[in-house]
Design a protein around this ligand. Structure first.
Ligand code: ADP
Length: 199
């Protein structure tokens, strides 16, 4: 089974590209969804997070308070590493498990953090959705109502565009119209079906 890792910076268009691949019949597995599932109440990973960071990361219903966790992560690099060391192995194992069971002509694994070096062996190819930082900022402001200043800050905390592109086998350029994006996805769908046939 051919596995393609789909990655890209915040608001580059990963979710949009993932939907276009789904429309073409590919199997899409989304890391963000898995990341939410593994911290549902009762899951051992949530207990591990509470052990490490205290009950302040839970809301009144005992669910993970994502905003509270995000504030802690932004404030402190040590906490960030602790949380990553708890979450990443669990998320990757679950991603691998779900991909192992999935069917389809090929699989697209949406992994925002793909190029940080911890995912070797999980995917056969890396597909990067790339766009200019100005486009990212504009989309963050439009989609999430972020201020320009916040958007710039969020970009700065991410893997650099250069590093991400250096890890790419394939690149989708998403600075243009939605139709241009769809055409590029159609091209890669053809390519991946061909590669999957000989994989
Ligand atoms: P990501 O999943 O990488 O954070 P999204 O797919 O959510 O990014 O895209 C960010 C925002 O930009 C969304 O509101 C999306 O609808 C919009 N968008 C993405 N690509 C385009 C495009 N080519 N033209 C116009 N809007 C786009």
């Amino acid at each position: 089974m051919l596995r393609v890792g789909l990655t890209g910076g915040i608001a580059s268009g990963k979710s949009t590209v993932a939907s276009l691949f789904t429309e073409r019949g590919a199997t899409v597995i989304d890391t963000d969804r898995i990341a939410r599932e593994v911290v549902e109440p009762g899951m051992p990973t949530l207990a591990a997070l509470v052990n490490a960071l205290g009950g302040g990361i839970l809301d009144r219903d005992g669910r993970l308070d994502r905003a509270a966790l995000r504030r802690r992560l932004f404030a402190d690099a040590v906490t960030r590493r602790t949380v990553e060391s708890i979450l990443h192995p669990v998320i990757l194992a679950e991603l691998d498990r779900q991909a192992g069971r999935a069917q389809g002509p090929y699989q697209v694994l949406v992994v925002p953090l793909l190029v940080d070096g911890r995912h070797e062996g999980l995917v056969d190819r890396v597909l990067v959705v790339d766009c200019s930082e100005e486009t990212q900022i504009r989309r963050l402001m439009a989609r999430d109502g972020e201020t320009r200043e916040n958007a710039i800050h969020m970009l700065a905390s991410q893997v650099s565009r250069e590093l991400r592109l250096a890890a790419a086998d394939d690149v989708i350029v998403n600075d243009g119209a939605p139709e241009e994006l769809a055409a590029q996805v159609a091209g890669f769908d053809r390519k991946y079906r061909e590669l999957a046939a000989v994989h």
